[in-house]
Design a protein. Structure first.
Length: 220
């Protein structure tokens, strides 16, 4: 048998096209149509169906995305762009503790996934396809690196024990959150968002052995 070819996320995405407002709008319309078709089809889609939903020709869809795999990869990339804008770019009040910052991030993470129609598919069915796995590997590595940097800062402040490996801890927390949120979204009756958030925070704080800094005494 011939050796299996490994496909990177970059290879799945289409080549850069000349920038134009009209072209960008068309590409975005195709992406939105593909997302709707994927949700309606429980993770299944065909270029012809997406083109019909977007009001364009199948040939134009191929022009932008080259293949169905490339289109699905682009849909997932767009999903994670929205995720990072809503969740990862957290700007809490100055001087916030690691716990305050990560609790806010968790609140936004659960809310984002509960509101996103694509989330159940990306965390379950689509995650098993090569085109989605390639995109997610790149994004997850980025998120783990960010988590590790935040943990290292908390360790320097004495909020998290210094003997914990920051990268390993970040991977454990993010992996656990992904699995738990995916389980909640796949449930016949979704658990309440607030309950899921609270249970996940207990998991994060316990895994990180987080110790909030003592409250500052108010000066009289």
């Amino acid at each position: 048998m011939p050796p299996r070819l490994r496909v990177s996320a970059a290879q799945l995405l289409p080549p850069e096209l000349p920038a134009s407002a009209r072209g960008g709008e068309t590409r975005e319309r195709i992406l939105k149509a593909a997302a709707k078709v994927l949700v309606a089809g429980d993770g299944q889609c065909e270029i012809a169906d997406v083109a019909r939903a977007a009001g364009v020709s199948a040939g134009l869809s191929y022009h932008y995305f080259t293949s169905k795999a490339g289109l699905i990869a682009a849909v997932v990339e767009a999903f994670y762009d929205r995720f990072e804008a809503a969740v990862m770019d957290v700007n809490p009040k100055p001087g916030a503790t690691w716990g305050e910052r990560e609790r806010l991030r968790l609140d936004r993470m659960v809310a984002f996934h509960y509101a996103e129609p694509l989330a159940p598919l990306i965390l379950t069915r689509l995650s098993r396809t090569p085109e989605v796995a390639a995109v997610e590997a790149t994004r997850l590595a980025r998120h783990i690196a960010l988590a590790a940097r935040n943990i290292e800062i908390a360790q320097k402040r004495g909020e998290i024990p210094a003997d914990l490996d920051a990268s390993l801890l970040g991977a454990m927390i993010l992996g656990g959150l992904r699995q738990a949120i995916g389980q909640a979204l796949a449930a016949t009756k979704r658990p309440a968002q607030a309950k899921v958030t609270e249970q996940l925070w207990q998991f994060i704080a316990g895994t990180a052995r987080f110790s909030p800094p003592p409250a500052k005494k108010k000066q009289r």
